[in-house]
Design a protein around this ligand. Structure first.
Ligand code: ADP
Ligand code: MG
Length: 289
């Protein structure tokens, strides 16, 4: 049992410079091992919410936070940022690779070295992070020579060496090309399958999100406006349209068919779409794969 990884109740947040609340009345409980994908238009408060959960606002970035913010059972507003350091890892858009390290190994060893861990443990943690992100063989590479996707994997790996219980990724692929995006999203899938880590990720690639998310959260103007399993979220066509979320293509096809009077459930994954659509379309000549 134990405490929930994230427990927010009626949370409001704003920066020192902002006039209005940026995060408004957010209540959110995240379970151990859960994978939550946050979506919503630019400026709606996704990063601010991540920064609140990570204890950055108000402790590192000046601002005001109201409500209950508990992370791993720790009252972050009362106990401060230090109380959750190491328990929560955050990865940003722009891979933060230190210019001072000369190898991927050094890069990854830095955080556990700063924790003052013994050499054996550092090596063990670095190897684990390399393994789980498919970076074996990169140990001696110069971080500066890596592709964007590889740099982002190294950035994720260096957060993992802290062995956080919660990993938050804020638009980890938005600076990457197609190949880099694929690498990073695959790596997140691996983490999901092979660890008990709780993962919160801000990511717009909906086709990916519906495959891996336990829950999708849609934010708009600082509030959570839509929330549920991928199937639940995208079955609410009216709200999906109202809040401008791009649905998976297969859900869109179903919306169109439903508008034409075809009574079918809304699929979110390609694999479900075949089943749903083969019931209403003349696909008997299409070989099932
Ligand atoms: N450090 C800051 N100081 C003041 N306002 C900020 C700061 N960071 C973001 N904002 C404002 O907060 C709002 C929400 O931003 P953000 O949480 O970054 O949105 P998102 O991540 O959904 O794009 C925006 O209007 C943005 O201009
Ligand atoms: Mg953001």
């Amino acid at each position: 049992m134990g405490a929930l990884p994230v427990e927010l109740e009626n949370v409001y947040a704003r920066y020192a410079g902002s006039e209005d609340w940026i995060v408004k009345d957010v209540t959110l409980k995240v379970d151990r091992g859960e994978m939550v994908v946050i979506m919503g238009p630019s400026g709606c408060g996704k990063s601010t919410l991540i920064n609140v959960i990570g204890g950055l606002i108000p402790h590192i970035v000046a601002g005001v936070v109201k409500g209950k913010v508990k992370v791993e059972g720790i009252d972050v507003l009362k106990e401060g940022y230090r109380a959750i350091v190491g328990k929560v890892g955050i990865v940003y858009q722009n891979p933060e690779i230190q210019v001072i390290t000369r190898s991927v190994f050094e890069e990854l060893a830095m955080a556990p070295e700063n924790l003052g861990l013994p050499r054996d443990e550092i090596i063990e943690r670095v190897n684990w992070a390399l393994e789980i992100l498919g970076l074996k063989g990169y140990e001696r590479r110069d971080p500066q020579t890596l592709s964007g996707g590889e740099k982002q994997l190294v950035a994720i790996a260096s957060v993992l060496t802290m062995q956080p219980r919660i990993l938050m990724l804020d638009e980890p692929t938005s600076m990457l090309d197609h190949e880099g995006t694929r690498m990073v999203l695959n790596a997140i899938n691996n983490l999901r399958e092979n660890t008990e880590m709780t993962v919160i990720v801000v990511e717009h690639r909906v086709e990916w999100a519906v495959e891996v998310a336990d829950r999708i959260i849609v934010m708009d103007q600082g509030k959570i406006v839509l929330e549920g399993s991928p199937a639940e979220v995208f079955s609410r066509e009216e709200e999906v349209k109202k809040f401008g979320v791009r649905p998976p293509s297969v859900s869109e096809v179903a919306y169109e068919l439903r508008a034409r009077g075809v009574d079918i459930p809304v699929p979110v994954r390609l694999s479900e779409a075949y089943k749903v659509l083969s019931g209403v379309l003349p696909v008997d000549r299409v070989e099932e794969r």
